[in-house]
Design a protein around this ligand. Sequence first.
Ligand code: NAD
Length: 370
Amino acid sequence: MDAILHDELGPAKILQLYAPELPLRAFVVVDNTALGPAIGGVRISPSVTIQEVRRLARTMTLKNSIAGLPHGGAKAGIVVDPHHPRMEEVFRTFARLIGSLPEYIPGPDMGCDELAMAWIHDEIGRSCGLPEEIGGLPLDKLGATGFGVAICAEVAAEAAGVTLQGARMAVQGFGNVGRAAARFLSERGAVLVAASDSGGTLHNPSGLALEPLLEAKRAGQSVTTAKGGEVLDKEAIFALDCEILIPAANPDVITAANQQQVRAKLILEGANIPVTGEAETALAERGVLVLPDFIANAGGVIMAAAEVAGRSADEAFAFIENRLRANTGEILDRSRRQAVKPRQAAASLARERVLQAMRIRPYTFPPRQR
Ligand code: NAD
């Protein structure tokens, strides 16, 4: 049993779902709904576990709280290969299985796209991250999360002793988040020196041109097939010389075992929980600033909430910028004043907000009928 089971915030519900006809196995964890219906992504992976989903659901509670959204936190995982030939059936079946869980609004996560969200919406009338054609704000296409990462970098750079103009960045996981973060940070003067995906790392200390990498990904290929750099294995990216490191793929990739190799001064958690607690402590002792996931990658969920509220893309970007600028500043300030890591400062602020809401209404959903 890990620490998040049944603490003062939740989880409210843990569901295991099974549809033998496909077969489909899935988990949903609704962590807390005191702030409102819970938004959280659907992770598609043959190796996703209920423990991972539980941790990610808590991250969503804290992320939505700290972003000031009227939403609680949840997460789902479907145990399937993202290249399964019957993905439409997988998503439609999953949607029907969560039809009677009105407090959960599914969003995209690894292995999902806007179309998947549209299938879910078609079945049960609720999901976010929808295609533009049906009134959605396609957060991956618009690069909402990567935009948020770049805004956080603008605010956190100074505290980390980094000048954004000319700063060298390495992006682990050149997917939706990693690509957009690289693009928006390049626009702010940072230089991409390394990018990786499941096929390996491409590295050039003088800088990689973005377009060939984007082109390789559009063609469904690894960044290592693009020209302009040396090909290394995928683990090599953590040890490369750079000022900014953006882990934007899997959880627990920077650990006690490899944190010593990290040379960056600023780590922006594009992925959820990519740095273990032990590694974060050791990095903080070495003066490396780690901006936690529930601030650094909150751009996507802020845009998703803006979509649910019927806002435009421009309004959503303005909302992301304002919230993340203010939040990053406040967290870094609290972290300095209280002499705690940014993650602790952010978590305690997020918890305070949820607990305050729980004093007003219970965290179980739907609320009592009067
Ligand atoms: P994605 O599927 O688009 O991209 C993931 C990328 O990581 C792919 O390029 C894949 O090849 C690469 N990858 C997988 N294993 C790797 C490894 N071992 N080393 C290097 N690269 C590897 O996913 P995404 O939407 O970009 O999400 C990435 C992470 O960010 C996830 O942890 C997700 O939960 C988190 N996140 C995403 C969003 C969003 O808006 N998409 C928002 C918040 C958090």
